[in-house]
Unconditional design. Structure first.
Length: 286
């Protein structure tokens, strides 16, 4: 539920409504729209007397949010959310680029790549230290050693870094080394992990699941935001379809759809979708 206040509403009027709702064990999220202050009401609103709320001074209207991803919805927060990874903003007018190796294989390699991506204009270094592989026999990553190499390389280049976390038990470890935590496609609906990330004061890059709808993706983000962490960046990385000319089908239509439905920033990962280096640049331009 959101409460739209009148233009020029007084702070005392907002406090009066907030106090009333706090007594019902509800939380209030304030956001300033173009003309109106908007109060997002978080929690079980079944005990709320809507007509009583409408009667408070300064209230313009009360709107129930029909979307299941309530706090992530554009209705809840009409203005775009800007999430900073280090000092790099995501969700604004400037394009932010994340680049780096799929896996951190050794110290020398990640330092070299970090310098190269910085030189070519990328803003954030990425690299996998714990790799979720389809086969148990392939390289699984260097673990904490890889995170250490990643952090040192990013620091030397003067850019922030991000890596994928797969287990709740590893969250604290990752927070010591990286500027943002990534949730891979395979874990998009790992709700225990998402809930745990909701308690962390770090940006979370949430990749779309291999066969997830946009609504399922936004509901996954809702788990993180509902836990108290609003620093969520959505990442379109391709979905599985009948098309086999590329590894996955990069669903670029999800970008305007998400921008219409949600205030969260969205980025696109063309490399994992294509599976062919010759196609990455054309898709990035698209």
């Amino acid at each position: 539920m959101i409460i739209v206040m009148n233009p020029g509403v007084k702070e005392a009027q907002i406090e009066q409504i907030s106090e009333h709702l706090h007594k019902l064990d509800l939380k209030i999220h304030k956001s300033q729209g173009e003309d109106h202050m908007i109060l997002g009401v978080i929690g079980d609103i079944s005990r709320v007397d809507i007509e009583k709320v409408k009667g408070f001074e300064g209230v313009n209207k009360v709107i129930r949010i029909s979307e299941s991803y309530k706090q992530c919805s554009r209705t809840f927060k009409p203005t775009n959310t800007i999430v900073h990874v280090g000092k790099v903003p995501f969700g604004g007018r400037e394009i932010a680029v994340i680049a780096g190796p799929c896996s951190v294989e050794n110290e020398k390699m990640v330092h070299k790549l970090s310098r190269e991506i910085k030189r070519y204009g990328a803003h954030v270094l990425r690299g996998g230290a714990y790799k979720p592989r389809s086969s148990p026999y392939t390289f699984q990553g260097l673990g904490e050693e890889g995170l250490k190499y990643l952090q040192e390389a990013a620091f030397a280049s003067g850019i922030p870094c991000v890596s994928e976390v797969m287990a709740i038990s590893d969250i604290d470890l990752f927070c010591r080394y990286v500027d943002a935590l990534q949730v891979g496609a395979r874990n998009m609906q790992n709700y225990s992990l998402l809930k745990a990330l909701g308690t962390v004061n770090k940006p979370v890059i949430l990749k779309r699941g291999i066969s997830a709808t946009v609504e399922e993706w936004l509901n996954a983000a809702e788990y993180i935001v509902n836990g108290g962490n609003s620093q969520v960046i959505l990442c379109e990385r391709g979905i599985r379809t009948f098309e086999n000319s590329t590894r996955f089908t990069l669903d670029l239509s999800s970008v305007p759809v998400v921008k219409k439905l949600s205030h969260l920033p969205i980025i696109v990962d063309p490399s994992h979708a294509m599976g062919n280096r010759d196609l990455v640049v054309p898709m990035a331009r698209a």
